[in-house]
Write a protein that binds this ligand. Structure first.
Ligand SMILES: Nc1ncnc2c1ncn2[C@@H]1O[C@H](COP(=O)(O)OP(=O)(O)OP(=O)(O)O)[C@@H](O)[C@H]1O
Ligand SMILES: [Mg+2]
Length: 360
């Protein structure tokens, strides 16, 4: 019999409505989510999807109108004010705009939550001394927020969130105000901290690149609901929902540019042309499959667009192929590729912002 550890976060059927003039907004429309201990879990969605409302329910900055919120095995909705204050010490939060106190030094900002909690000065200072090197800010101890770069400010925000030794870190668009390189550094820091401190991280973003860089699993939100979730590799390589496909296309370009297709030569008489999207996410190398399929089935395979990439150390390739040949030969080649365990589908023709590879 296997005993799985309790989820770090367990949300059940959360509903949150905001009354407005006219119709109310349903920011959360029945959201359930389990985040395992030690995971970096991403939530992605367009503006207004309900991401911030959801993450704020995890520490009850926002109270759901209905549903359950369990964090680290504790039913937060059952706690009184004092119990909730206690529980919140186990939940750190990092914000997009850092929310630092401009009149306080780096050390003063990091120590602030400890001060509020009534921790004695000596203990606060000891904790700050531990945290500064962890986030790479040893040299900036006495600097003020106005003297820091965006990335340094966010390091302060992260150290402050960690001051009370939380088990769980909530990040609401923690890198959205940063340039791509600084974003990469902050994401790498979050992963290091997760490993070093045994944290669970719930991270909200509107950028799939962030999810790809740092998350183990991801949930996609739309209009107050989770429409899809899974391992990042699976969601990127086999997106099920339209909105997910569009998000993924921003990063790995599932979509085949229509202009590229329009430029393909027509098939010879007696032959047909079919455009196939082939996903390689297993042991078979792209090149061997393409050349062997042309030989075996006497067809021509032209690469229309393609990408080879890696997610969480797992390689995958995504090729759009224009196949020319007798109809039976194309059908047989497709069946053969599927037997090898490759995903073969019609390409996604949505306009893509990515630059196409030149047709071969
Ligand atoms: N305090 C509030 N009062 C009224 N409506 C709200 C409030 N907070 C959120 N909403 C509404 O709830 C919906 C979800 O908002 P939320 O902030 O959770 O979205 P989000 O996914 O975080 O968006 P963004 O990417 O822009 O931050 C939106 O329609 C928003 O206008
Ligand atoms: Mg938000």
């Amino acid at each position: 019999m296997s005993h799985s550890p309790p989820a770090a976060i367990r949300l059940r059927d959360l509903v949150r409505r905001f009354p407005g003039r006219g119709a109310a907004t349903t920011a959360l429309d029945g959201v359930s989510l389990d985040v395992a201990p030690g995971e970096v879990f991403g939530i992605v969605g367009r503006s207004g999807a309900g991401k911030s409302t959801l993450i704020r329910c995890v520490n009850l900055l926002e109270r759901p109108d209905a549903g359950g919120v369990e964090v680290l095995g504790q039913d937060l909705l059952a706690l009184d004010e004092r119990g909730l204050r206690e529980a919140r010490r186990g939940i750190g939060m990092v914000f997009q705009h850092f929310n630092l106190l401009s009149s306080r030094s780096v050390a003063g900002n990091i120590a602030f939550p400890l001060e509020v909690a009534g921790i004695p000065r000596a203990e606060r200072e000891a904790r700050v001394r531990e945290l500064l090197p962890l986030v790479g800010l040893d040299a900036k101890r006495d600097a003020f927020p106005a003297q820091l770069s965006g990335g340094q400010k966010q390091r302060v925000g992260i150290a402050r969130a960690l001051a009370s030794r939380p088990r769980l870190l909530l990040c609401d668009e923690a890198t959205s105000a940063l340039d791509p390189e600084t974003t990469g550094e902050i994401l790498a820091l979050l992963r290091r901290l997760r490993d070093a401190l045994d944290l669970t991280v719930l991270l909200i973003t509107h950028e799939m690149a962030v999810v790809k860089a740092v998350c183990d699993r991801v949930a996609v939100m739309q209009a107050g609901r989770i429409v899809e979730q899974g391992r990042v590799f699976d969601v990127f390589t086999r997106p099920q929902h339209d909105i997910t496909r569009r998000f993924v296309a921003e990063v790995i370009g599932h979509a085949v540019p229509p202009g590229t297709l329009a430029r393909l030569p027509p098939p010879d008489p007696g032959e047909v042309r079919e455009v196939l999207q082939v996903l390689f996410a297993g042991p078979h190398s792209t090149r061997a499959v393409v050349s062997e399929a042309s030989r075996r089935f006497n067809i021509d395979l032209n690469i229309v667009s393609g990408r080879i990439d890696e997610i969480g150390g797992e390689p995958f390739g995504l090729l759009a192929l224009a196949a020319y040949g007798a109809p039976e030969a194309l059908a047989a080649a497709t069946a053969w590729m599927r037997e090898l365990g490759l995903d073969v589908s019609a390409p996604d023709l949505a306009a893509s912002p990515t630059t196409p590879a030149e047709p071969a």
